[in-house]
Design a protein around this ligand. Sequence first.
Ligand code: NAP
Length: 519
Amino acid sequence: MQTLESLVLGRAVVGSDAPVALFNPTTEEAIAEIRGGGIDFKAVLEFARSSGGPALRAMSFAERGAILKTLSHAIHEQREALIELSIQNAGTPRGDAKFDIDGATGTLAYYAALGESLGDRRTLADGEGAQLGRTPRFWGQHVLVPRLGAAVHINAFNFPAWNMMEKAACALLAASPVIEKPGTPTALVAARIARIVHDCGALPAGAWQFIAGSLGDLLDHLGSQDAIAFTGSSRTAAILRGHANVVRQNVRINLEADSLNAAVLAPDVEPSSETYSLFLSNLALDMTQKSGQKCTAVRRILVPKARLEEVRADLVAALAKVKLGDPTQAEVRMGPLASKAQFDEVRAGITRLAAAGTVACGGAERARERGWFVAPTLIVARDAEAEVFHADEVFGPAASLLGYSGEADQAARLVARGGGGLVSSAYSNDADWTERIVAGLAPWHGRVWLGSDRMAEQALPPGMVLPASIHGGPGRAGGGEELGGLRGLAFYQQRTALQGFKSGLAGYAPAESAKPAPK
Ligand code: NAP
């Protein structure tokens, strides 16, 4: 059986701790193992800070962008092998595997182009300068400079490729050396990509290290120039945020956690309209893509009370068309959950939701004799105000259908009970209703997606995270922010206000010639 390796201090390491098995969730067979331990984490951090960091900082944005382009190509070249691994270890049908892997290479390519557009610069201006003295001779300019620490990335199991490389793209372009730790259940894909990145030789020594297994005592050795970017559950997020050394050293930390994303249908949307078709197709996709194990997947569907029955019937019909089964089969659109732990948690979550409503399709039962399969599940709430629908993130192919009055303000109030989310969507062709829902949703979300007849033809679904828009959200979602073009680099940079003689600061001014960010 394959044992995954860590790539640290310029070499591959297999620890001597007791093995942790990785499974094929379709067959429930063990297919690989991880053995942690045997790593000097203090030395790993020091290698990143003293070797990878200086080498990256010596390069311009364009040079670092060129490295990202090389990484994107190197990963893309092994796309077929990676898709196979994803099918085996994450139980993803081919389409879902591509979503993860192409998401990784696409995000690298986006940041590569952004680096190229920034050219020879090594610092970025943050906004326009300002006159501080009686005359413009005493001037102020905010700048963003690289920080001197390591970027520790801790990722969730659900997107082993994209989650790892979207973080890496921003950190590396900002000149931060990275230490990657994947979610264990699906680490086969992450380990293969880590090996590709290592072997292609594009990055300087110390700029890329990969940990298979636990982080040991690494957090104890972090300093105030280091940073942690985390994706996962709010339970783990709270542990990391409260870690004694992280608190003591004020280690910068970005958290991407749970989210009870909502989709709201406005009363003006006609059943025959393009907006309604888009609403239904997005819901069916969001609930079943990656078996609902997507941080941006819709968990709550709000529709005017008078439309509840119609939407229930249409959505059940749309979900019935999604073929569930062995992800190696071409016609299958939805595979199993990624791990036994996920299987148990999702079924328990569905049972809790079902106790407060009616199961319109699916349910908590095992959907196939073998493998960790749960069918797409829709629960119609008896009472849309019931706490369970707004507090319990069931991280699988399940959503609840909630009736509301049709008033945008009431819908926004219900959505806000989720306590802060990554993305919610609203479907309407009524400008006033849309303005009111945006006012109610925006303070609670990192992203608000607005569906209408005018954009339906070109729309990418709300569950898709695009590098040009920020990903993250307040409150329950962790309070973090990733991506969003150049905004994604700021976490790895220090914003400093330079104050002095205006001409002396001219080299830090915003570049008039800087090309716009690539689309
Ligand atoms: P998780 O159990 O919190 O694990 C996330 C990562 O943290 C894994 O790499 C895990 O390693 C590591 N970890 C766990 N305990 C740790 C500790 N004490 N110290 C350091 N690292 C630790 O979450 P998950 O089950 O992988 O992912 C599912 C959750 O992630 C869901 O709640 C979902 O909402 C959330 N999620 C959020 C986003 C977003 O962008 N906001 C995206 C995807 C998923 P091991 O795997 O080795 O335990």
